[in-house]
Design a protein around this ligand. Structure first.
Ligand SMILES: NC(=O)c1ccc[n+]([C@@H]2O[C@H](COP(=O)([O-])OP(=O)(O)OC[C@H]3O[C@@H](n4cnc5c(N)ncnc54)[C@H](OP(=O)(O)O)[C@@H]3O)[C@@H](O)[C@H]2O)c1
Length: 340
């Protein structure tokens, strides 16, 4: 094993039960050792994402064995490498790290990550703070615009549009000449997006929301929707789009099943599908993945930049999660492992 100086013990966040933030505690754990094709990352920062909240409740796409350290993405420096050429390549490099549900996640001072997709090199121009948020949402924003372009769509409908991801999709989509029909649930969110240059932003709590949405879908010929909310909103969006449209569910923020009217599916040939970043990346060959990653890195300081609302030391992870759940719009909350 190649390594610089690494302590025996580390501070880590641990989840004891699938009951959300209340089941989080902070403890001292042995620093893990990287195996074959793995590296040890000294983590600097990690955001709290909706997928983390779902993981804490046992409602994400993977359900690790308890107790475990959560945290889907972050950034840091590779300080040790197990056997394998890629581990040696990554040694000493600043990287973004991703957790795929095996072993433990990023909310710890050190994390073991696979060299096969679990670590990606950061450009010199990208800070560790922005690097910590440079995988999940930036790559998803690229995926959405790529999927829309491939399908010949010049307009898309987007729900939970004032989210960190939504703002990225807006900037990237606009730079590619795409019309985004944004859906949010509060007037403040309408303001946020309009101040950033969005032209169509609808509030789903308006009495005539469904009518406004139908008109916008006709005006811009929007036949593709990306929906992070599900529940009744999925049905409203599907009903508003023209025949043969598709609704792609990529989040379950309402924690309700996605509704659809049988009429829309049967007589209007509309459809519902899903999107998950991991399987989308897996459809690409290594060169395409590298190209997408390079593009995301180049745009991290502009179209794909993330706003940070506040930072918490790792020790205050529970408070940080509760704060995030109380206010999701307005920038990411970062956990800092390097705050001392
Ligand atoms: N499938 C994938 O591969 C993939 C990849 C990346 C992201 N995502 C999903 O993308 C979505 C956005 O992620 P993010 O990191 O950008 O989120 P974020 O910045 O933390 O913001 C979440 C946004 O969702 C809104 N929201 C929460 N619950 C809602 C509800 N029930 N109805 C309507 N709006 C609601 C919040 O508004 P309030 O302030 O009003 O609560 C906030 O604007 C999440 O669902 C996430 O899981 C999925």
């Amino acid at each position: 094993m190649t390594q610089t100086q690494v302590p025996e013990q580390m501070t880590a966040v641990v989840l004891d039960a699938f009951s959300g933030a209340e089941a989080l505690r902070v403890e001292q754990r042995p620093v893990p050792k990287p195996g074959k094709n793995e590296v040890l990352v000294k983590v600097a920062a990690a955001p709290i994402n909706p997928s983390d909240i779902a993981t804490l409740a046992g409602r994400y796409g993977f359900k690790p064995e308890l107790p475990f350290t959560p945290g889907g993405e972050g950034a840091g420096t590779v300080v040790a490498a197990g056997p394998g050429a890629m581990g040696r390549y990554f040694m000493g490099k600043r990287v973004a790290c991703l957790w795929g549900g095996q072993g433990n996640g990023v909310w710890a001072e050190y994390m073991v990550a696979s060299t096969r997709g679990g670590v990606l090199p950061l450009d010199d121009s990208v800070s560790l703070e922005q690097g910590a948020m440079s995988t999940i949402n930036p790559m998803t924003a690229i995926a959405f615009t790529e999927i829309a372009k491939k399908g010949g769509h010049k307009a898309i409908v987007l729900t939970a549009a004032a989210s960190a991801l939504g703002q990225k999709v807006n900037r990237l989509g606009r730079s590619e000449g795409m019309q985004i029909i944004n859906i949010v649930r509060r007037d403040k969110q309408v303001e946020i997006l309009k101040e950033q240059g969005a032209t169509v932003v609808l509030n789903s709590t308006d009495a005539d929301f469904c009518e406004q949405l139908r008109e916008a879908c006709i005006q811009y010929d929007a036949r593709l929707a990306f929906d992070a909310v599900a529940g009744p909103l999925a049905r409203q969006v599907l009903d508003a789009m023209p025949p043969h449209s598709k609704l792609t569910v990529f989040g379950g923020l309402s924690f309700k099943p996605a509704e659809a009217s049988p009429d829309a599916l049967i007589f209007k040939s509309k459809s519902i599908g899903g999107f998950w970043l991991g399987p989308w990346i897996a459809t690409k060959n290594p060169i395409q993945i590298l190209r997408t990653w390079r593009r995301a890195q180049k745009l991290i300081t502009s179209d794909l930049k993330s706003q940070i609302r506040t930072e918490y030391p790792l020790e205050q992870a529970k408070q940080a999660v509760l704060d995030y759940q109380g206010q999701m719009t307005g920038g990411k909350i970062l956990l800092r492992m390097d705050s001392q």
